[in-house]
Design a protein around this ligand. Sequence first.
Ligand SMILES: Nc1ncnc2c1ncn2[C@@H]1O[C@H](COP(=O)(O)OP(=O)(O)OP(=O)(O)O)[C@@H](O)[C@H]1O
Ligand SMILES: [Mg+2]
Length: 472
Amino acid sequence: MGLVTSISSKARILVVDDEPGMQQYLRTVLEAGSYEVFTVPSGLEALARVTEDPLPDVVLLDVLMPNMDGLRTLEKLRETRPGLKVVMLSCSTDPRNVVQAIRSGATDYLTKPFQISELEAVLRHSLASHAVSSGADGEATKVEIEDIGGDQFFVAASPAMRKIRAQVDQVANFNVPVLILGESGTGKEVVARLVHKRSARADRPFMKVNCAALPADLLESELFGYEPGAFTGANRAKPGKFELCDTGTFLLDEIGELPAALQAKLLHVIQDQEFSRLGSRSTIKVDVRVLAATNVDIQEAIAAKRFREDLFYRLNTFTIQIPPLRERREEIPLLLSQFMARFALRYARAPLPLSPGLVDACVRYSWPGNLRELENFVKRYLILADESLVRTEMQEKVNGLGPAPEAPAAKDPPPTAGGLKSLVRNVKDLAEIEAISRALEETRWNRKKAARLLEISYKALLYKIRQYGIEK
Ligand SMILES: Nc1ncnc2c1ncn2[C@@H]1O[C@H](COP(=O)(O)OP(=O)(O)OP(=O)(O)O)[C@@H](O)[C@H]1O
Ligand SMILES: [Mg+2]
């Protein structure tokens, strides 16, 4: 079956499974693919096996085993040998196991019964990342997955992302601003949350404001608060987010859009840790760690005098540049399985198979919307449960045809009574409702602004709000 065409010396696989039948099956299949195979029937024996040389290149680890189960074994293995690649063999359709396994550092998982081609793809991927990073530095093979709260993970599986992870660790506990740069959807907010989480402020508030979402005056009162009478309609005093975030971390998203008048005020906050509410003469002291993110070229904004150079230098004390997904394609297979496990859990579905063809197509695709687009792709696949449909859609994007939700379903007849079309429509509606609600929230229901954000006409937005019955 040509399992190891590109690998010269035999790769070693350790199979951990209590069922003799499964051990035998994997041994036969893998030896036919020119792997060197070791089998053990329990977690304890697996632990003993990895204390001696030569170490296996990949461990295939069953989830359901008596005494020490697969998850427990995984944790122990990761403690003993953090760089070890472990693929979980789960026969349950319970996505919690998979999520747990991935959180504990499993490289990948296979759901029993699996096809030989799936086994082949998973091993090829595991060994490829091994080949790339095996060298003097064994730690380099480590995949880092960190829970950052709110059902979010931070995955670092490429040298570039591991470097970013290290930078975050370096800077987390220095109370300096951090400027986070990267294309849309690359994970700027995720990195900001990681900085917060790794800092001594971790159990203090983390807040964010999108500087592009609000008009200047609203943004000012949002950030700095106001006193009664500061402007028409200001009846009561209201604290701003900087005050509410005292002792915490504050993310200014899309900092390049911060209006000029507020740039001066922000500089003051960063330099002196103080500011005044609108309509007030007295100053307020705060202890806020400022993080800023942007996907636009600030240098250009500085040259055009839209952004103060002195503020830029303050924010730029420490910069983290996140590469686009197409420059770290080796992470795509892992991210796919991560997102699959996570959304399966969220939507209470069994994770769908990620076939070698699908993974390959994803690795080759350029992902202009970066990780957000990849996430949406997995969600869509999970909901549609139709690999050929999502692959056709991806191909259409490559061909510049845009999404075609009513794509021909000639090969597969509609699976449900409502039919594929209505299913697709639902998915599209859901995505639209989500996007509209978010834009309205971000603009505090300023529909003109929201329409601009969504790049649709004001009228169209009003229509959609009514159509979907979206409420405040
Ligand atoms: N390293 C990562 N590991 C796991 N998930 C990630 C990672 N980076 C980003 N994501 C996910 O991808 C999505 C986009 O990330 P995020 O919102 O941080 O991007 P962004 O750069 O702030 O995007 P935008 O410029 O559009 O605001 C999020 O749902 C996030 O959870
Ligand atoms: Mg963001």
